[in-house]
Design a protein around this ligand. Sequence first.
Ligand SMILES: *Cc1c(COP(=O)(O)O)cnc(C)c1O
Length: 373
Amino acid sequence: MSGFVFSEKPIEMVAGDGARLRGADGTEYLDFGASYACVPVGHGHSRVTDAVTTQLSDLTYVQASYPVAARTALYEQLAELAPGDVDKVWLCNSGTEANEAAMKFARSATGREKIVATKRGFHGRTMGALAMTWKKKYRAPFEPLAGGIEFVDYGDEAGLREAVDDETAAVFLEPVQGEGGIRPAPAGYLRAAREATEEAGAALVFDEVQTGVGRTGLLWASERAGVVPDVLTTAKGIANGLPLGATLCREWIADESGNHGSTFSGGPVVCAAASATLSAIQDENLAANANRVGAYLVQELRNADVDAREVRGLGLMIGVEVKRGANRLLRDLALEHDVLALPAGRTVVRFLPPLTVDREDADEAVAAMEAVT
Ligand SMILES: *Cc1c(COP(=O)(O)O)cnc(C)c1O
């Protein structure tokens, strides 16, 4: 996945501060990938570090059946921050697990099997979530995967309405497709999905693993469309680099049976990290900053002498569709200009920087893009 740099010239990272990473040879990198959006408040944020170290020394771990203040606080915070009445919280360790839980909850709440997912969609790499992931390369070596999945074209309202029927347990959608090339949902699409699922009695699941926690300029990308799902999954940046996933559900879809579970669900250290991360995002108005700096970055990339077919995205989730392969550009950005970014498919350079970046950081990234294209 990220072998493009490391296979040719290893860069060992030794320290991080804000949007900068330092390599073992002392080189400072501008981190405009944030290791797949996993560091929204920046590397080494003191609020997160303090919360984690305090919790680590007080109580590192206790099983989920004993209440513990850090977990209870995170439950309350997530219920408060989640859209509408999506206030039941299931905690796990990754995005794929959050989606596995959503699949299970939707099937058990509806008693139905069929799940509608989208072409170019990405939901993770375990056998259930992988079955909803479109890319053949990720799937083929591991088949057969979970059954009952039907794929529709992302953004095609009529196709979606046609696919959703009274046998459908759930529709899974990313509000902006991430791995699939940074493709925001067209206007009206999420609302159409809401209408179709409501009519059919199916669950609407928004996979906000990449788009969530302020990335697109609002806390949740789906808020922009004013659509409340039945389930919202999130992970990646939620604990600023510690492994946490969450499946947020409306009451009717939440599984109260105890038939789903996980040993490490909601460990106190990751919960403390997530609470501190979410509080920092709120208190420092980082979603608004993502909106402002993201809009600036898009505008500068469009005006710059960058050899791009298209620049698209929302907030600080930005894709630059380039004319030559993205991997060579990414290697040159890293090795010649000390700027780290990510691919999203073969032809898209993806930026997911910490939400703390400013215009000068954006200028630096744009100058590097001009130099390499
Ligand atoms: C990364 C991602 C996942 C999978 O998350 P993991 O933590 O890698 O399992 C699922 N959905 C989306 C939209 C993602 O971007």
